[in-house]
Design a protein around this ligand. Sequence first.
Ligand code: NAI
Ligand code: AKG
Length: 403
Amino acid sequence: MIRAMRVVIADKFPENYLLEFRSLGLEVQYHPDASASELPNVAREAEILVVRSTKVTRETIEAASRLQLVIRAGAGIDTIDVEAASARGIYVTNCPGKNSVAVAELTVGLILALDRRIPQNTAELREGRWNKKEYSKADGLKGKTLGLVGLGSIGQAVARRAAAFEMNLVGYTRSPHPELAQSLGIIPCSTLFELAERSDIVSVHIPGNSENRGLFGESFFSRMKHGATFVNTSRGSLHDTAALEKAMRERDLRVGLDVYNPEPEGGAGPFDHPLCKLPGFVGTHHIGASTEQAQNAIAAEAVRICREFVQLGQPLSAVNIERASPAKAQLIVRHYDRVGVLASVLAIVRKYGLNVEEMTNTIFAGAKAAVATIRLASLPPDAMSEELTNLKEQIIQVTVKPC
Ligand SMILES: NC(=O)C1=CN([C@@H]2O[C@H](COP(=O)(O)OP(=O)(O)OC[C@H]3O[C@@H](n4cnc5c(N)ncnc54)[C@H](O)[C@@H]3O)[C@@H](O)[C@H]2O)C=CC1
Ligand SMILES: O=C(O)CCC(=O)C(=O)O
């Protein structure tokens, strides 16, 4: 008997979207408080695993022998061992752009809070002190230069909001798009250091992958203006905390963080961080994506990805598909839609020692004929095409093309 596919949701998820998973005919197991170390056990029988912040380690990937798809209900994929998933042929997908507005709103909130020292104002009021004298000193945002590192979904959303504050915008990105930058009023910088030197406020919106680890260290902060502001709502691994502390102490750098390295696992716990006690610091608890609007948009996207996968086998927004195909040749075989035809074709391909890199088979209306496109690691010899063409009962036409 074929059992229903099991989806394990190992993080908090809006209730009504759990029902949508069930309506896809899936067996839904909900483990909102699962930790990374519990996940190998929790996900053991899952075909589909949905996570928000819970780390998906190699151990989980290897323990879950039925796993086919990991959906990261968010943007960053640094919490998932994508390499381990790729090595076992498991798709990893994320929900790009669905929480960008929430992160952009928090970014603007941190910038305003740093300029007006809103948390410090509140803290003194709570302590029963009126201190208009101290808090009447602020710069204001109009005409200040905001430097955006990363002009993807969140960087763009921040740019749109900053424009409303009449700020000047400069940007640095790995994937430049001049027309887009121009339409957002962003002046491109050719290096990260140029951005540091030109900006009054730097805001970081790039992934926390291994390439970007520690990108913001002493050499970056020493190029920022004295008294400038640095905001990171992306990942804690991107900044060097000791260098940041030094810049705060020696160059009056103001710092707004939503992300830290490391962060406690789970929703609540002790937290001792060197920057939090410094006067020029404002911080939040990795809540960039934590609005009702963003969480509903993310949940709806996770359900859409799941539906597409269950019904059509398509992994939307997959992050671990090889884009640069190693295939060197295409073998296009038009054939009768009969039992064993593809097996015969593949047996001949095997005989010639050719590796199949990718393959699709499309059936024509009426289900009499189909076309198989087989992408091969190298160009086949003419003898192979002849051998295939000779299977007259099964094959209609054979074409070979380099690719
Ligand atoms: N605080 C929070 O709760 C959240 C944090 N994030 C973080 O924000 C990051 C960015 O998210 P999106 O804008 O949605 O991603 P995105 O993929 O749309 O944009 C990232 C951009 O950064 C660029 N980039 C990558 N490395 C770079 C480098 N070294 N220098 C300059 N540009 C570089 C890429 O070309 C891309 O345009 C995520 O990877 C995640 O780590 C995302 C959502 C919520
Ligand atoms: O869901 C969360 O709280 C984390 C969001 C996040 O960091 C992301 O989407 O990359």
